[in-house]
Design a protein around this ligand. Structure first.
Ligand code: PRP
Length: 206
């Protein structure tokens, strides 16, 4: 499975601010937005474009437009924070939501919601800031495939090596874009060093 990590000091600074337990909710949300910009730039690098002609105020010249439309599939809840920044670049992207929550005792995610637009012939980008065991991502990939998606990428921010390994076994060719690879999962399947619960910090819940 091709894994691309963002290699840029702008990302390193944002990752540090997200990790910091003293970062306020407002600042956390702001960092989430900015880090998503850096990720979407990387995740769309190989998206196909087609040539068009464009008229400037002075003359007609060559330009490009996207070949294929995009659908964002956001894993609730934390993935919500990544939708708006992607819409800044892809204002016409349709959006699907898959609601998954990990059982705190077993760390297995159960589905409580699913609403997806058509996924055929689209670039489908699944977004979730955290990849732990990869249980949530694997379930979402399966759901998207059952809905007709054939071109799927996954954008995360903080990835556990265990989750990356699980994805590699099941989907060896699926592209994954991450901001950083963390060290390991602890006994409760939380990332280390991590940042705690992304959803709680994004929405100021506990
Ligand atoms: C967190 C996180 C991912 C998932 C990662 O969500 O946002 O969706 O866990 O873990 P996994 O790779 O082991 O499945 P959580 O279940 O805490 O739900 P929330 O976003 O509603 O807080």
């Amino acid at each position: 499975m091709p894994l691309t990590l963002i290699d840029h000091p702008l990302a390193d600074v944002l990752i540090t601010q997200l990790r910091n337990k003293d970062t306020t909710q407002a600042s956390f949300r702001d960092c989430c937005e900015k880090l998503t910009y850096l990720l979407i730039i990387e995740a769309t690098r190989s998206f196909g474009t087609e040539n068009i002609r464009v008229t400037t105020p002075l003359e007609v010249t060559d330009g490009v437009r996207w070949q294929r439309e995009m659908t964002i599939v956001s894993i609730l809840r934390a993935g919500i924070g990544m939708v708006d920044p992607i819409h800044k670049f892809f204002p016409h992207a349709s959006v699907g939501y898959v609601g998954l929550e990990r059982d705190e005792a077993t760390a297995i995610a159960h589905r409580y919601y699913c609403k997806l637009p058509s996924l055929e012939n689209r670039h489908v980008l699944i977004v979730d800031p955290m990849l732990g065991t990869a249980g949530s991502a694997l379930q979402t990939i399966e759901i998207c495939r059952r809905h007709g998606a054939t071109d799927i990428g996954l954008i995360i921010m903080f990835a556990a090596p265990e989750g990356i390994e699980a994805l590699k076994v099941k989907y060896p060719t699926l592209p994954v874009y991450a901001a950083v690879l963390d060290r390991e999962l602890n006994a409760q399947k939380f990332l280390l060093p991590g940042l705690g619960d992304f959803g709680d910090r994004l929405f100021d819940t506990s």
